[in-house]
Ligand binder design. Structure first.
Ligand SMILES: Nc1ncnc2c1ncn2[C@@H]1O[C@H](COP(=O)(O)OS(=O)(=O)O)[C@@H](OP(=O)(O)O)[C@H]1O
Ligand SMILES: Nc1ncnc2c1ncn2[C@@H]1O[C@H](COP(=O)(O)OP(=O)(O)O)[C@@H](O)[C@H]1O
Length: 279
């Protein structure tokens, strides 16, 4: 796997700015050409052939997209007598429409390491390039989808698994899905990786020292954890397992943390070089 280390802040990088007219025009034309491609595809393919291919590939599709590795995950499958329904519009069609490849950018790191800041800046930069993104933020998901989960180990495992499953659906929709959650356990991040086709899970490690995160402490939670008022806080009295071999490491160099714009550039370059920004 390729490892990219971000340069330290101080290097001159273009600032994130609003879209130019040329970019807006490009965006419009991408949408239009995508629409015509899919319409043409559908009109050329007889309905019967579509139905046959739908039935024939029940097993393949469920293995590729659904849960062929469900048993490796934390939950045991309890549903029985279920069949996978294949749709006539598939991931390739959606990617053609969007002129991009669906994938998951999984941002992991301590609280305060800058996960949400990067996710937000990255989503904005890609949006301006006409790319469809969606952010799954751990904090935000805990307001709804994962509101029943605490921070004890088994609930964190389930939090990671659910976000992994949702991220997989977004990637299948052709979207560049940005998941940003502490996800402290290596095994569970790897389980999310294994849900996706090879190469489509891009793990980004915010390699920021605990002291820096603690000094930032934007929510005051480190202070509460040090005072013993919040128990089981990651990095203080709960573990964080850094990735061993992830795609991108965004590392603090000396006293300088790379700026969000530098980090965005590193990730966008990776996406570009690996073909995710075209169909
Ligand atoms: N005990 C404990 N440990 C760590 N974090 C805590 C805890 N309690 C609350 N918070 C806040 O919840 C945010 C982390 O949620 P995640 O869903 O990303 O966590 S995890 O992946 O399930 O470990 C995290 O947000 P971020 O700072 O954005 O990471 C914290 O603000
Ligand atoms: N690259 C950066 N350099 C300096 N400060 C940053 C950087 N990224 C984020 N921050 C600041 O650090 C704090 C935590 O960032 P946040 O994105 O909320 O982290 P996380 O989502 O990992 O908890 C915020 O106050 C944010 O403004």
């Amino acid at each position: 796997m390729e490892k990219v280390v971000a340069v330290s802040a101080g290097a001159t990088r273009p600032a994130i700015c609003s879209p130019s007219l040329a970019e807006v025009d490009f965006r419009t034309s991408v949408k239009m050409s995508g629409f015509f491609n899919v319409s043409r595809l559908r009109s050329l393919q007889p309905i019967k052939a579509l139905e046959e291919s739908a039935t024939a590939s029940v097993v393949q599709e469920s293995a590729a997209i659904s849960g062929n590795n469900l048993c490796q995950n934390s939950t045991v499958a309890k549903s029985t007598n279920i069949l996978w329904h294949k749709n006539s519009v598939d991931k390739r069609d959606r990617q053609q429409l969007l002129q991009q490849k669906g994938c998951v950018i999984w941002i992991t790191g301590l609280s305060g390491s800058g996960k949400s800041t990067l996710a937000c800046a990255l989503s904005q930069a890609l949006h301006w390039r006409g790319k469809l993104t969606y952010i799954l933020d751990g904090d935000n998901c805990r307001h709804g989808l994962n509101r029943d989960l605490s921070f004890k180990a088994e609930d964190r495992v389930e939090n990671i698994r659910r976000i992994g499953e949702v991220a997989k659906l977004f990637a299948d929709a052709g979207v560049i899905c940005i998941a940003c959650l502490i996800s402290p356990y290596r095994k569970d991040r790897d389980a999310c990786r294994s849900m996706l086709p090879e190469g489509d899970f891009i793990e980004v490690f915010m390699d920021v020292p605990l002291q820096v995160c603690e000094a930032r402490d934007p929510k005051g939670l480190y202070k509460l954890a040090r005072e013993g008022k919040v128990k089981g806080f990651t990095g203080i009295d709960d573990p964080y397992e850094p990735p061993l071999n992830c795609e991108i490491v965004l590392k603090q160099m000396g006293d300088d943390c790379p700026s969000p714009a530098d980090m965005v550039e590193t990730v966008v370059s990776y996406l570009d070089e690996n073909g995710f920004l075209r169909a």
